[in-house]
Design a protein around this ligand. Structure first.
Ligand code: NAD
Length: 503
C-alpha cells in the first residue's frame, strides 16, 4: 500500500465512530443530540463523501449549555490556579497522545494537507501548556499605595464565556481561544464551525478525560444563524471570543448589544508582503510563497498581496511563477501534497469567482485560475499579475491559494498601497535597510508585522488586528485581560478625614 492508501485506511478507522454515532453535543459532561432531534450532514472536501451527521442545535441547546457553564463556574473559579495548571497540562499530554487521530481528522474534515496538520496537535498542546503555566499568576495585580489607602488590584474571571471558531485550522484555533479562558477560571460554551465539527468534539472529550470537571467546557454544534446567534445573545454568557469573517463580527456586535457582551474579534485580512530591491530576495521569495500557498491559502495571516519594487519585479515574478506552477495539489493525506481541497463548495465558488473578476478588472492570470480534477474542491495555485490597488482582487479577502501581485516605485507609494485596504491584520516587510524598516513599520496599519521573516508565532506576543481585522489581542497576558475583570480594593491605612454631611 502507498503512504496515501495507508493514511486513508488509518483515517477511516479513526473516523468510523463519528460515522456511526454522529457528532453529538457535550453539555454538563454528557452526550446530547440537539433537543429538537435535528441533524445536518458533514461531507469531505476531498470527494464530497459523507463523513458524519452533526447535531443541529438551536437556542434551547444553547440554554442548556449556558446553564451548565453557569452552574460549573463557581467551582472552577474557586479551585486553585495550581490545580487548574495541572489539569491543563494533562489536557496537553492527552492532545499529544492523540496527535495522529487529530491530524487525520483535521485533514479529512477541512482538506488541509497532512504536512501542516501533523503539527496541529503539537501546536494545540503548546497553547495549553503556555496558559497552564500562567494559571497560578492569572489573578496577580498591583499595589498602588496613596497617602491614605493601600490600593491593590486583582483580577477575577469574567464568568461563562462563548467561543465561536471558524473552519480554517479549527483544532489549533479552538485551543488558542479555550486554553486561556480555562486558565483564567472561566467556563466555556464552544460553538465550532458547521463545516468542520470533528476535532472540536475530540478536544472536549480529551479535556474531560484529563480531569476537567463536567460543565466547565460545553460543546454545542450548529449553524451560525441559530446556535451561534443564540450564544451571543445569551444573558448568562458574559463575553464572546470570536474568530471568523469581519462581517460576522459586525453581526455579533449587534446581537450582543442587548446583554452588553464583551467581545474579542479575530477577523479577516488582506495582508501585504512588501519586497524592496535591497532585500534578500531568495528568502523573500520563499516566505511570500509559504505565507499564501500553505494551509490552502485559508489563513487569516496569509500574505495575499505581494507589493514588489518595480526594479526587481520582472525577475522576481518569473521565479515566483516557476515555483507556483510546481506546487503539488493533491489528497490532503498524501505526505507529498502541498495544497489540498478547499473546505466546501460555497467557499470553492467564492474563490473561483475571483478568476473572472481578475480578468474583468484587467489583471492577468500568470498561472492557475482553474479547478483541478472534477470531484472535490481542488483549485490550482493561482497568481494574478498586472494588478492595481483599485481592483477587487487587491482589496477583498479571497481566502484561497491565490496571490495578487502589484508593483511600486517608491517607499511612499508602497506604504499607501499597503494601507489602502479596509483590513489591518499582518504585514511583511523585506528590506536590509534598518532605517527604512523602522520608518515603514511605524506607519504600516497592521496589528502584527514581521521584517525579513514569515509569520513566526511566539506565544507571549500580542496576536490580533486593527481596522476591520479585529478588536482585542490574544497571547501573553493579553488573553487574561479579555477573560478577566480588573478589581480595585482600597484599604484605609489610618484615620483619614472623611467629609461629614449633616453633622
Ligand atoms: P464565519 O464568520 O463565516 O464563521 C465563523 C463562525 O461564526 C462559525 O462558527 C459560524 O457558524 C459562526 N457564525 C456565523 N454567523 C454567526 C452569527 N450571526 N452569530 C454567531 N455566530 C455566527 O467565518 P469562516 O468562513 O468560518 O472563517 C473564515 C474567516 O475567519 C476568514 O475571514 C478569516 O480571515 C477569519 N479568520 C481570522 C483569524 C484571525 O486570527 N484574525 C483566524 C482564522 C480565521
Amino acid at each position: 500500500m502507498s503512504d496515501l492508501q495507508t493514511n486513508i485506511a488509518r483515517a477511516e478507522a479513526h473516523l468510523a465512530r463519528f460515522r456511526d454515532t454522529g457528532v453529538l453535543n457535550r453539555i454538563g459532561g454528557a452526550d446530547r443530540p440537539a433537543l429538537s432531534g435535528a441533524t445536518f450532514d458533514n461531507h469531505s472536501p476531498v470527494d464530497e463523501g459523507f463523513l458524519c451527521s452533526v447535531a443541529r442545535s438551536d437556542a434551547t441547546d444553547i440554554d442548556a449549555a449556558a446553564d451548565a457553564a453557569h452552574d460549573a463556574f463557581p467551582g472552577w473559579r474557586d479551585i486553585t490556579g495550581t490545580e487548574r495548571k495541572k489539569i491543563l497540562h494533562r489536557i496537553a499530554d492527552a492532545i499529544e497522545a492523540r496527535a495522529e487521530e487529530i491530524a487525520f481528522a483535521e485533514c479529512l474534515d477541512t482538506g488541509q494537507a497532512l504536512r501542516f496538520m501533523q503539527k496541529a496537535a503539537l501546536r494545540g498542546a503548546e497553547n495549553f501548556r503556555f496558559f497552564a503555566d500562567r494559571a497560578p499568576g492569572a489573578r496577580d495585580g498591583q499595589s498602588l499605595p496613596s497617602p491614605t489607602l493601600m490600593n491593590v488590584t486583582t483580577r477575577v474571571p469574567i464568568g461563562p464565556v462563548g467561543v465561536i471558531t471558524p473552519w480554517n485550522t479549527p483544532f489549533m484555533l479552538s485551543t488558542w481561544k479555550i486554553a486561556p479562558a480555562l486558565a483564567a477560571g472561566c467556563t466555556v460554551v464552544h460553538k465550532p464551525a458547521e463545516f468542520s465539527p470533528i476535532t472540536a468534539r475530540i478536544l472536549v472529550e480529551i479535556a474531560e478525560e484529563a480531569g476537567l470537571p463536567p460543565g466547565v467546557w460545553n460543546l454545542v454544534n450548529g449553524f451560525g444563524e441559530d446556535a451561534g446567534r443564540a450564544l451571543t445573545e445569551h444573558p448568562k454568557i458574559k463575553a464572546i471570543a470570536f474568530v471568523g469573517e469581519s462581517k460576522t463580527g459586525s453581526m455579533i456586535m449587534k446581537q450582543g448589544a442587548d446583554t452588553l457582551k464583551r467581545v474579542h474579534f479575530e477577523l479577516g485580512g488582506k495582508n501585504p508582503v512588501v519586497v524592496f530591491d535591497d532585500a534578500d530576495l531568495d528568502r523573500a521569495l520563499d516566505a511570500a510563497i509559504f505565507m499564501i500557498y500553505s494551509l490552502n491559502g485559508e489563513r487569516c495571516t496569509s500574505s495575499s498581496r505581494l507589493l514588489l519594487h518595480s526594479t526587481i519585479a520582472d525577475d522576481f515574478l518569473a521565479r515566483l511563477k516557476a515555483r507556483v506552477e510546481n506546487i503539488r495539489v493533491g489528497h490532503p493525506l498524501d505526505p507529498q501534497t502541498e495544497i489540498g481541497p478547499l473546505i466546501h463548495k460555497t467557499h470553492f465558488d467564492k474563490v473561483t469567482s475571483y478568476f473572472d473578476i481578475a480578468k474583468q478588472d484587467g489583471a492577468q492570470i500568470a498561472c492557475g485560475g482553474n479547478r483541478v480534477g472534477d470531484t472535490g474542491w481542488f483549485v490550482a495555485p493561482t497568481l494574478f499579475t498586472g494588478a492595481t490597488q483599485d481592483m477587487r482582487i487587491a482589496n477583498e479577502e479571497i481566502f484561497g491559494p491565490v496571490l495578487t501581485t502589484l508593483t511600486f516605485d517608491t517607499e511612499d507609494e508602497a506604504l499607501e498601497m499597503a494601507n489602502a485596504v479596509e483590513y489591518g491584520l499582518t504585514g511583511y516587510v523585506w528590506t536590509n535597510d534598518l532605517t527604512r524598516a523602522l520608518r515603514f513599520t511605524n506607519r504600516l496599519e497592521a496589528g502584527m508585522i514581521w521584517v525579513n521573516s514569515e509569520n513566526v508565532r511566539h506565544l507571549p506576543t500580542p496576536f490580533g488586528g486593527v481596522k476591520a481585522s479585529g478588536i482585542g489581542r490574544d497571547g501573553g497576558d493579553w488573553s487574561f485581560e479579555f477573560y478577566m475583570e480588573q478589581k480595585h480594593i482600597g484599604l484605609a491605612t489610618g484615620q483619614h478625614h472623611i467629609p461629614q454631611l449633616g453633622a
